[in-house]
Design a protein around this ligand. Structure first.
Ligand code: PMP
Length: 405
């Protein structure tokens, strides 16, 4: 078992200084930092064996294709999907959701149909569905949340109807940190014969994810939020759906036979991977998954729980500070406002103290509207953060309060 010092040493960026102060990185919800082994894995692709995947008879293409397919297998086992054919590499969560919204909409949605989302959704799990609904004459229904930022399950059940074509729901709110009971939602939706897409952008990196026991129909996540490279993501889809859905893009590698009269498509998963994919990113992502498995997902979940408890206690002691989202079941995200201080001012002062937090609506404007605010300051922590960094955040906030009082 590595010590926290050893873990932090795996991430070169964590030891840099900003404005001559140690960097305190609390914007892990936006993107996570990368361990050296991930950077090395990507570098190795380009220094040792780079060749386009599934294209050549030469050894470089073979080696890259093998590493790419091994990466697919790594993702499959990481989320416990049944088959490697069910793992599609995409550009990220946004790419994955847009793709399903397009293809599922083309194949299954007709005028009058409904898609159920929740108030907690990131814009990436709202806008693609709105675009599809506009094309298809369908509409969106929204599950409300209570004052703690928790989904109201009874209201969800009331929204399910014969018109419901799909439920698309986040596993964890990026704005408040709420963990959503996606298993209960999936079971209820399935009882009504409705498939479920889970946006795992904030779920994949904090605890064990098992799509087989979750039984969701689609699961989307981004590599860069789980210590992997940017520009790579995953769409898991049950084989029965992926077989039925039309491809969302046409191009090289996704075809079987092409004539000007007719094209037949490649088998899964290649049918959904048109063109040259981000194979170096996929190989880097596989290394990131190896890295977190080495640390241990249970260890990560436990350490982040400890950080959340510590941060909640310390921040609650600051009288002018209000925390938004206090579900008993949340990840290590604290969204807050300081009385009479705009969130941008707080963020800018903290930045100058070397503390990186996110400010604004967090690409989740509807949940901000629900709480009647135009944004928050968000400290999103992960396992490489420390209680000392939380103390630094608290001192920084005291400084903000002094400056603006
Ligand atoms: N969904 C949620 C819940 C997110 O937090 C994010 C990223 N903030 C996304 C979707 C979109 O992820 P990406 O930008 O990596 O596609």
């Amino acid at each position: 078992m590595k010590t926290i010092e050893e873990i932090r040493a795996d991430f070169p960026i964590l030891s840099r200084k900003v404005y001559n102060r140690p960097l305190v990185y609390f914007d892990n919800g936006a993107t996570t930092q990368k361990p050296l082994c991930v950077l090395d894995a990507v570098r190795e692709v380009y220094t040792e064996y780079n060749g386009n995947v599934h294209r050549g008879v030469h050894i470089m293409s073979d080696l890259t294709s093998e590493a790419y397919e091994n990466a697919r297998e790594k993702v499959r086992s990481f989320i416990n999907a049944g088959k490697r054919e069910e793992i599609i590499f995409t550009s990220g969560t946004t790419g994955s959701i847009n793709s399903v919204a397009f293809s599922y909409g083309e194949r299954f949605v007709k005028p009058g149909d409904e898609i159920i989302l929740s108030t907690l959704e990131h814009h990436a799990n709202i806008v693609p569905w709105q675009m599809m609904c506009e094309r298809k004459g369908a509409s969106i229904r929204v599950i409300p949340v209570n004052d703690r930022g928790e989904i109201l399950l009874d209201d969800f059940l009331k929204l399910l109807s014969p018109r419901t074509r799909l439920v698309a729901i986040t596993q964890v709110s990026n704005a408040l940190g709420t963990i959503v009971p996606v298993k209960e939602i999936t079971d209820a939706a399935h009882s009504a014969g409705v498939p479920v897409l889970v946006d795992g952008a904030q779920g994949i990196q904090h605890d064990v994810v098992d799509v087989s026991s979750l039984d969701c129909d689609f699961y989307a996540f981004s590599g860069h939020k789980i210590y992997g490279p940017t520009g790579i993501g995953v769409l898991y889809g049950k084989e029965k759906w992926l077989t039925e859905l039309p491809p969302w893009q046409g191009g090289g590698d996704m075809v079987d036979k092409v004539t000007f009269e007719k094209t037949t498509y490649n088998e899964l998963p290649f049918k959904f991977e048109a063109g040259t994919t981000n194979y170096a990113g996929a190989i880097g992502l596989a290394k990131a998954l190896d890295y977190v498995l080495g640390i241990g997902m249970q260890y990560i979940a436990g350490r982040e729980k400890m950080l959340l408890a510590y941060a909640t206690e310390k921040l609650s002691e600051i009288s002018r500070l209000k925390i938004y989202g206090d579900s008993a079941n949340k990840i290590a995200i604290i969204s807050f406002l300081i009385d009479n201080v705009h969130q941008y001012d707080t963020g800018m002062v903290l930045d100058k103290l070397g503390i990186a937090v996110r400010t604004g609506t967090h690409c989740a404007q509807p949940v901000m509207q629900r709480f009647g605010i135009d944004g928050t300051v968000r400290a999103s922590m992960c396992f490489y953060n420390t209680t000392g960094e939380i103390d630094a955040l608290c001192s920084g906030i005291e400084e903000v309060i002094r400056m603006f009082s």
